[in-house]
Structures are given as C-alpha cells and as structure tokens.
Design a protein around this ligand. Structure first.
Ligand code: A2P
Length: 261
C-alpha cells in the first residue's frame, strides 16, 4: 500500500499526548487541499482487512499551515481512537480531502463580538479559527470560552491561546481583542462552571469586564461541543434572540458537534 495506490494516504509527522485521554497530531497536507478555518475532514487508519473506519475530525491548524493538525480524545474501545491513539511519526493516515462544515465565518452575519464556545475536544475548530486573520479583522472582540471537567484537559487550548500573541500575522490584534475564559466543572481552578451557567448568570461578563447581556445586534457565536451542550447552548442563545445560521443562510450563531471516534 503506497501513495500511488491510495491517493488519500498522508503521513503522520508529530504526535503529542496531553493527558491520558487527549492527544494531538500533525500529518502531511495534500498539495491540492484548500479549506476554510473551522471545517472538518474524514480521517482513518489503513486496515489490513475490510473497510477502514473513518471519522469526522475538525482541522485544528490554520489554512496557511503546510501541515494539518488534529486534536482527539482517546476512547479505549472506540472504533478509531483505540488504534489512532497509538500512531507514531511516519505512520500512514487516510485523509479524504473534502473539507465541509458550518463553523465558518461565511455562515455568520457581520457582528462586533464573536463568542467561541467549546467543551472538551470541541476546542479543535477554534484552534484553527483563532489563528485565522479573518477572525480578528472581522470582529472588535473575540471571547474564547472552553469548559472541561479537569484542569489538565484545558492544556491544549491554553498553549494555543498563549501562542497567539507571538504570532507575527495576528499577535497585535489578539492582544487588544481576545478575552479567554477557560473553566472547569469537576476540579477546582481559577474559573469554574459550565459555559451555559456562566453565560446565564452573567458571571463571565463580570469576570472579564464585558458588556452584558448577549445581544443579536452585536453578538455572534460559534459552538462546538457534546450533543447535550449544543442543545442547551442553542436554547440559551435563542433565548437572547440570536438565530442559527448556515452556509446558505448566514445568521447569528453556528453549531457543530464535537466529533468522538
Ligand atoms: P459537567 O462536568 O458539569 O458535566 P464531557 O467530558 O462530558 O464531554 O464534558 C465536557 C464539559 O462539558 C464538562 O465540563 C461538562 O460539565 C460540560 N457539559 C456537559 N454537558 C453540558 C451541557 N449540557 N451544558 C453545558 N455544559 C456541559
């Protein structure tokens, strides 16, 4: 099995384990692959017998990067991640080069304050969007909220956010515009509580010194998390008058499920 027989085959270039259950990895990028920040592709591992198991993964790297980065949970008996968590640099990875998704700037109407709302590995598409100059050019303020059960689960997002200010493309814009609100729900940390709770109670506005409440005249949101989170946050955003948008009908917020293999 080689590149000639399998044009979708890429090569793993780096793997980093963040906790016992979270890792990120980088792979070569097909020369022809173009994508919008926030989109996802299908990836999988070659299998000796039968059809390979493919799963949707948000691209976590920015569109200008030579390689592609992904951020994943490790599920011990997961059909893909039980194997994927053992990948090493040099290993082959199947990547279907057809990026799609709704967490894209094109699906939002112009606004002033963009809320990026993630639970767990739902941070992945925002790792791409936060490094995209368009995110900073289009919005006066960007609020990145990320909630995990434990403090260590926030590390990938924290390192990414910390790296932004040194980024030559966007560093200066980030310093003025970004508000970052990492919270935990099961372990004590500086900020605590579910995204839904801190938005509803106004705690996040008070902690960050932001104007409340959410207002469809200025606020836009991109959401990526578990099914339960997506459902609850949709209801909350709609309660403030924001409407869900799509590629064909841009509006005030967009939602994508965080993918689990
Ligand atoms: P909690 O610990 O209170 O359940 P998970 O690991 O289950 O995917 O959850 C990731 C994070 O998302 C956890 O901090 C969890 O909080 C939070 N979460 C789970 N479900 C919801 C929901 N329906 N609304 C808001 N936050 C949620």
């Amino acid at each position: 099995m080689n590149q000639h027989i399998r044009p979708d085959l890429q090569t793993v270039t780096a793997v980093r384990h963040w906790t016992d259950s979270l890792f990120s990895f980088r792979v070569t990028r097909p020369a022809s692959l173009r994508f919008r920040s926030g989109e996802f592709v299908m990836i999988g591992l070659p299998s000796a017998e039968g059809k390979p198991v493919l799963r949707a993964y948000s691209i976590a790297s920015p569109s200008w990067d030579d390689e592609l980065e992904f951020y994943s949970i490790k599920v011990p008996d997961g059909p893909l991640t039980s194997r994927l968590q053992h990948i090493q640099p040099g290993d082959p990875l199947i990547l279907r080069p057809k990026p799609v998704g709704t967490l894209v700037h094109d699906a939002l109407l112009p606004g002033e304050r963009l809320w990026l709302l993630a639970t767990g590995t739902g941070f992945a598409p925002f790792a791409s969007l936060l490094r995209d100059p368009e995110t900073w050019e289009k919005n006066a303020q960007v609020v990145m909220m990320h909630t995990c059960r434990d403090y260590a689960d926030l590390a990938y997002g924290q390192e990414l956010v910390n790296s932004l200010q040194a980024d030559p493309l966007i560093g200066e814009l980030v310093a003025d515009k970004l508000r970052y609100y990492p919270t935990t729900t099961r372990e004590t940390s500086p900020y605590m509580g579910r995204i839904t709770e801190t938005l509803a109670s106004g705690q996040v506005f008070r902690d960050l010194g932001l104007e409340a409440p959410l207002d469809p005249a200025r606020d836009r949101a991109m959401v990526c998390g578990s099914l339960a989170f997506n459902k609850d946050i949709s209801a909350l955003l709609e309660g403030f008058g924001l409407r869900e948008g799509s590629n064909s009908a841009p509006a005030d917020f967009v939602i994508e499920k965080a993918f689990v293999g």
